[in-house]
Ligand binder design. Structure first.
Ligand code: THU
Length: 136
């Protein structure tokens, strides 16, 4: 089955229910589409010591990469407060840099807004003039 943007957004909203975020109560889900069509889910996982927490985006990449997939075409991110059914969250700076390691500027970033609403961006737009593997 070919995954379209809306499918990926809906999967990110499903993934949001997997978040462990008892400190911020800000639940984030991510659905990462591999170039081969596989979808990998991630969610934010917080920690009592705060700094060890991981964002939804990087947790999705970790699942994909440890499944042997290293090429990607898009990610959807669904982030908003627990108990709400809409909002939005753009990837943090650390996640943008993490993505640059594996994705080019045309990598698609879909920002869920609740329901079937979302906006469409690219990694190049979110992190212009980036430093990545091609620079070393
Ligand atoms: N968070 C993500 O997982 N992804 C984002 O795009 C933004 C922020 C998480 C980190 C933390 O667990 C919570 O959201 C509040 O910052």
């Amino acid at each position: 089955m070919k995954i379209d943007n809306l499918d990926l957004v809906r999967k990110s909203i499903e993934a949001r229910s997997l978040a462990y975020a008892p400190y911020s109560n800000f639940l984030v889900g991510a659905a990462l589409l591999g170039a081969d069509g596989q979808v990998f889910l991630g969610a934010n996982i917080e920690n009592a010591a705060f700094t060890p927490g991981i964002c939804a985006e990087r947790s999705a990449f970790a699942v994909a990469i440890t499944s042997g997939v290293m090429q990607f075409s898009a990610i959807a991110v669904a982030g908003w407060q627990q108990g709400k059914d809409s909002g939005q969250a753009f990837p943090c700076g650390v996640c943008r840099q993490f993505m640059v390691e594996f994705c080019k500027g045309d990598f698609v970033v879909l920002i869920a807004q609740g329901g079937d609403n979302y906006t469409t961006h690219t990694l190049g737009e979110l992190l212009p003039h980036s430093f990545g593997p091609d620079d070393l």
